[in-house]
Design a protein around this ligand. Sequence first.
Ligand code: FEO
Length: 173
Amino acid sequence: MLTAKIEKALNKQIQLEAESSFTYLAMASWADANGYENSAQFLYAQSAEERDHMLRLFTYINDAGGRALAPNVKVKNDDHESLEKLFIATLENEQKVTEAINNLVDLCLKERDHSTHNFLQWYVAEQHEEEKSFRSILDLFKLMGTDRHSLYHLDKEIGNRIGGDGEPENGQI
Ligand code: FEO
C-alpha cells in the first residue's frame, strides 16, 4: 500500500518521464529537419525509452493499490543553435531526472516504504546509464570537432549507438 505522499511523488515522476519523452521527440524532429538523420533515430528511440519509464511507474502505482494519473504534458518545440547544444540539453535533462529519482528514494526511506525503494533501484541504475550515454556523446564533439565534415561522421557515430550498451534500444522508426 502506498502512502499518499509516495503516490503523489510517483505521479510527479510520471509527469517528468512523459515530459522527457516528448522533449526528446521534439528534439528528434529538429535533428531530422536539419539533416542529422542518425541523431534523429537515436532521439526517437530515447523518446520511446522514456515512455517505457513512464509506463513502469503506471504499472507499479496501480499494482500497489494507488492510481496512476495520465500526465498533462506541455512541450516546447525549441530550435537548437547546434547539434552539440541539443545534446548538452539532453544531459541537463537527465541530470534533472536523476535528482528527482534521488529525492524519491530519500522520501521512501523517510516513509519506510521498502517496496517502492526497491522498485526505484532500477531507475537509479538506469539514470547512471543514461547520463553516461549522453556524456559520451558530448565527448564525441570534443574529440571530433564541429566542422561540417566532422558533424557528418559524428551523426553516423551517434546512430551506431542505437541499441548499444542498452541505450536506447526501443522505438526505432
Ligand atoms: Fe527516464 Fe532518461 O529519464
